[in-house]
Write a protein that binds this ligand. Structure first.
Ligand code: 13P
Ligand code: ZN
Ligand code: NA
Length: 281
């Protein structure tokens, strides 16, 4: 069934593991993520960015995820990833999303606090938790070109959480969206430091391209949610390309869709095990 991300992340924080949050673009990816979660007995978050929502709309993604989760025996949350406006957050909320991110990290602190607080005020009466972001994740996410990594300041983080009322916080600790052009400089000591002063679960963005060891280190220092997007797109597309290359006469989307779905499921299962969320349901 669909659940909010709140208890899921608090359980992860308590248990010292992270929930995997996977970006889905289409039905096959949604099916793959849920199948992986079921097979590993893992709680899971499925998320869509504004760019993805532009492609098919909140209603279609909500219907897809809720139908796929209907008979699932593990908790599934549907999350708005990098929400970029109050309007989109409310649209997702109304469509039935059970978890919302508002990303004001490009703004100065005061403005980030103001917009995040506003989104929390809309979501809180519906019991829907909000993820905020303070500090910057590098790389390019969606249509927004990042302006480099910005490490989260612990003092600002404490103030941000207290003033906004967010349920979780995405932090800048050296990761970047997409595949790394240069080796990331992860500051795991900063994660540990933030963990000491923050009560809410912390979120790691930009996990595609990180080594298993990097992810394990971040989780052991206090990360409770890890986001994976690019590597799933790659797994999906590589499987389609390979299949069509070997079977150029095939025109049934179910044929290559099944291969792509299998490839995404395999990738998701690997990452879930690294996050340590397997066997938690
Ligand atoms: P990657 O594309 O690097 O996996 O980042 C995912 C992410 O942070 C989605 O919000
Ligand atoms: Zn992200
Ligand atoms: Na990345």
């Amino acid at each position: 069934p669909l659940t909010t991300s709140k208890q899921m992340l608090l359980d992860a924080q308590k248990g010292g593991y992270a929930v995997g949050a996977f970006n889905a673009e289409n039905m096959e990816m949604v099916q793959a993520i849920i199948a992986a979660a079921e097979e590993l007995r893992a709680p899971v978050m499925i998320q869509t960015t504004p760019g993805t929502i532009k492609y098919a709309g909140v209603d279609l993604y909500y219907a897809n995820v809720s139908a796929a989760a209907k008979n699932a025996s593990v908790p599934v949350a549907i999350h708005l990833d990098h929400g970029n406006s109050y309007e989109l957050a409310v649209q997702a909320l109304r469509a039935g999303y059970t978890s919302i991110m508002i990303d004001g990290s490009q703004e100065v602190l005061e403005k980030n606090i103001a917009i995040t607080k506003y989104v929390v005020s809309a979501c809180a009466p519906c019991g829907v938790p909000v993820e905020g972001e303070l500090g910057k994740v590098g790389g390019k996410e969606d249509d927004t070109e990042g302006s480099g990594v910005n490490y989260t300041d612990p003092e600002q983080a404490v103030r941000f959480v207290a003033e906004t009322g967010v349920s979780s916080l995405a932090v800048g600790v050296g990761t970047a969206h997409g595949i790394y052009q240069t080796k990331p400089v992860l500051n795991v000591e900063l994660i540990a430091e933030l963990r000491k002063v923050l009560a809410v679960p912390m979120v790691l963005h930009g996990a595609s391209g990180l080594t298993d060891k990097d992810i394990r280190n971040c989780v052991s220092c206090g990360i409770c949610k890890v986001n994976f997007a690019t590597e799933l797109r790659i797994a999906f597309s590589d499987a389609v390309k390979e299949y069509l290359h070997q079977n150029p006469a095939v025109f049934d989307p179910k044929k290559y869709g099944a291969k792509a779905r299998e490839a995404v499921k395999k990738q998701v299962m690997e990452r879930m095990k690294i996050c340590g969320c397997d066997g938690k349901v």
